[in-house]
Ligand binder design. Structure first.
Ligand code: ADP
Ligand code: MG
Length: 253
């Protein structure tokens, strides 16, 4: 049975998609069978692994809203061991359409449970909100990985996320745990970044990954080439750190 990990933080631009894509590719590199599930209407994880949204005939919307079979929407990527359930802008309507449907919070869980045994890890890239899509992801997941950007106010807003996690634990998914907190976009030239690391470690203690993701130009470039960093530039610092993260995630089991 594959482990399901939601990558969530309601703040935009903290590195959710970058981490979802590159952790997935890193795990696939170590011969794990990976399904990346894109539930952000922006579809950045989808294009980030080289899937052209214009060519997508079925997306996660069809699974969530129209009950289409999960296996029909899984797409092989060009990266060995990595499949994706893509998202397109069609998904933007789902948040509202789901409100009036039966079992609206558990639709993704049901869909993923059908194909879970075919993968080692299922990584869900969440949108920047705590709405029904993110609730679906947290309900479907064993754990949640929280990317935190190394900037001033890094911890601000995290209490809302932690509160949502608590509510999901109470009402929808008792087993949900925090996988880890990932510090992202560290600018090693400033003291601020190091202060933020201290602050986040004080709060989350051993939940913080040893691997810290630095700012890396190649990481920012890779998405526009539709490639994870280890394909785009395997020698870059960005590739190195996401492989380190993948090792930590595998070691956690
Ligand atoms: P989110 O999914 O949380 O909104 P993204 O992963 O899309 O965040 O990252 C926001 C932007 O920052 C993107 O343009 C991405 O390419 C860039 N980015 C993310 N992580 C890094 C990094 N470590 N170094 C440089 N650029 C990064
Ligand atoms: Mg994103």
């Amino acid at each position: 049975m594959g482990k399901v990990i939601a990558v969530a933080n309601q703040k935009g631009g903290v590195g959710k998609t970058t981490s979802s894509v590159n952790l997935s590719a890193g795990l696939a590199h170590f011969n794990k069978k990976i399904l990346l599930v894109d539930i952000d209407p922006q579809g950045n994880a989808t294009s980030g692994v080289g899937v052209n949204k214009a060519d997508v005939s079925h997306c996660i919307y069809d699974v969530l809203v129209d009950d289409i079979e999960t296996s029909k929407v899984c797409v092989h990527t060009e990266i060995p061991n990595l499949d994706i359930i893509p998202a397109t802008i069609q998904l933007a309507g789902a948040e509202i359409e789901l409100v009036s449907t039966i079992s609206r919070e558990v639709r993704l869980k049901k869909a993923i449970d059908n194909i879970r045994d075919q993968y080692d890890f299922i990584i869900i890239d969440c949108p920047p909100s705590l709405g029904l899509l993110t609730i679906n992801a947290l309900t479907a997941s064993d754990t949640v990985l929280i990317p935190v950007q190394c900037e001033y106010y890094a911890l601000e807003g995290l209490s809302q996320l932690l509160n949502t996690i608590r509510l999901v634990q109470k009402h929808l998914n008792k087993e949900l745990m925090i996988e880890g907190v990932l510090l992202t976009m560290l600018d090693a030239r400033t003291n601020l970044g190091l202060q933020v690391i201290d602050e986040v470690k004080k709060y989350f203690q051993d939940k913080v990954y040893q691997t810290v993701i630095p700012r890396n130009v190649r990481l920012g470039e890779a998405p526009s080439h539709g490639q994870p960093i280890i394909t785009y530039d395997s020698k870059s610092r960005g590739a190195e750190v996401y492989l380190d993260l993948a090792k930590e995630v595998i070691a956690d089991g």
